[in-house]
Design a protein around this ligand. Structure first.
Ligand SMILES: NC(=O)c1ccc[n+]([C@@H]2O[C@H](COP(=O)([O-])OP(=O)(O)OC[C@H]3O[C@@H](n4cnc5c(N)ncnc54)[C@H](OP(=O)(O)O)[C@@H]3O)[C@@H](O)[C@H]2O)c1
Length: 345
């Protein structure tokens, strides 16, 4: 039986990857710090929890044991993290370092976390220039991308069969920041209208955790040192996403398409980019990758997970609260109601 070890495997990516690999007959071990965070779903399907801090070399070595056919690192944020990964990768047939599309820069040096949004010429291939490697705080907007690039370089320069995977905005059950909540909550609150900035035309490519899991299985069978994008087969805009989520929850609302004259706090969404950000998936497809499904099919897992939690009173405390640093920005119902009431009939 082939064995997979997923570092930081009790979260969004680990959950989808474990389910896919277990279903395909793998033994799956996932590391984390807190056994209480082990998702019941994957434990019930046969995954094993291994307590190991990502920063502790001895604990990592113990988790690795005699080796693995597939090693996936969901917690590689810096060059130092990557250096800790190398000895483990030397004991794995195929290794995947989860990086991010945030490494890409446009012709003016703008990127996912720059003040000016990036403007790419078309779908982004893996040959697109990246930020320079850096070692400032990786938890900051300016440090996240440079540190990921530094980690990628350590991995790719090692000569080991490490595949760097660059996902975009990941969705799935178990997401720590479930972006679709901006529409799920509105649908559950039975809002009569949804406001969409820039006429809902913004596109930032989504990546289903289930599609990422499918890519991991492909890479397991094709070890190699390379970089692969990972995103859904389609790239819906914010308006499409609002419709898909509302449709899944059986809710209908008026779509209010705002233009550039609308107040800044109205109609914001996580996909509200002035220029499309789309990842080219040809390299993964050439390797044999086949997506698990398109956005509408795959996002159902996260929408149902959120809606079930809300209907049950959120016993596990997974739903973002009103003070959530990411979501507070998206829920100014009072401003929306004032705007809607002031419209000329
Ligand atoms: N989310 C996105 O949209 C997105 C987009 C592009 C790239 N990425 C990349 O995806 C990766 C994150 O994957 P994910 O979304 O699956 O993460 P996640 O949902 O946050 O899960 C990570 C898991 O790792 C465990 N963990 C955290 N710190 C740990 C440590 N020091 N030692 C051991 N375990 C630890 C956590 O459990 P405990 O707290 O119990 O230990 C958690 O369950 C990152 O590399 C990120 O850069 C994410």
């Amino acid at each position: 039986m082939p064995r997979a070890l997923i570092l930081g495997g009790t979260g969004l990516i680990g959950r989808a990857a474990a389910l896919r690999l277990l279903d395909a007959g793998w033994q799956v071990d996932v590391t984390g710090r807190d056994p209480a965070r082990m998702p019941h779903e994957i434990a019930a399907a046969g995954a094993r929890f291994v307590a190991a801090d990502r920063g502790e070399e001895r604990q990592l070595r113990a988790a690795m044991g005699d080796g693995a056919d597939l090693l996936v690192d969901c917690l590689c944020y810096t060059a130092a993290d990557a250096r800790l990964l190398l000895p483990l990768a030397g004991n794995a047939t195929s290794t995947v370092l989860i990086s991010s599309r945030a490494v890409y820069v446009d012709a003016d040096g703008n990127h996912a976390n720059s003040g000016t949004p990036p403007r790419f010429d078309g779908p982004i291939t893996e040959a697109q220039p990246t930020l320079a490697p850096g070692d400032m705080d990786y938890r900051s907007g300016e440090g996240y991308g440079p540190n990921k690039v530094a980690a990628e370089h350590v991995a790719l320069d090692s000569g080991l069969p490490i595949t760097v995977v660059r996902p975009s905005l990941i969705h799935g059950a178990g997401a720590a920041t479930p972006r679709e909540w901006v529409f799920v909550k509105r649908a559950l609150d039975r809002r009569g209208a949804v406001l969409l900035a820039h006429r809902g035309s913004g596109v930032v490519h989504p990546t289903a955790a289930a599609n990422l899991a499918a890519l991991l299985e492909t890479v397991a069978g094709r070890p190699g040192a390379r970089i692969l994008n990972c995103a859904d087969p389609d790239a819906p805009n914010a308006r499409d996403i609002a419709r898909i989520v509302a449709g899944r929850l059986g809710h209908a609302w008026e779509e209010v398409l705002l233009d550039g004259t609308a107040a800044e706090e109205l109609g914001r969404t996580p996909w509200d980019s002035p220029h499309p950000v789309v990842l080219d998936m040809s390299a993964a497809e050439e390797l044999g990758y086949q997506p698990a499904g398109d956005y509408a099919a795959t996002v159902a897992a996260e929408v149902d997970w959120l809606a079930d939690a809300a209907r049950a009173g959120d016993p596990a405390g997974i739903l973002p609260d009103a003070d959530h640093p990411y979501f507070g920005w998206f829920f100014d119902y009072a401003a929306e109601d004032t705007f809607l009431a002031a419209r000329t009939p």
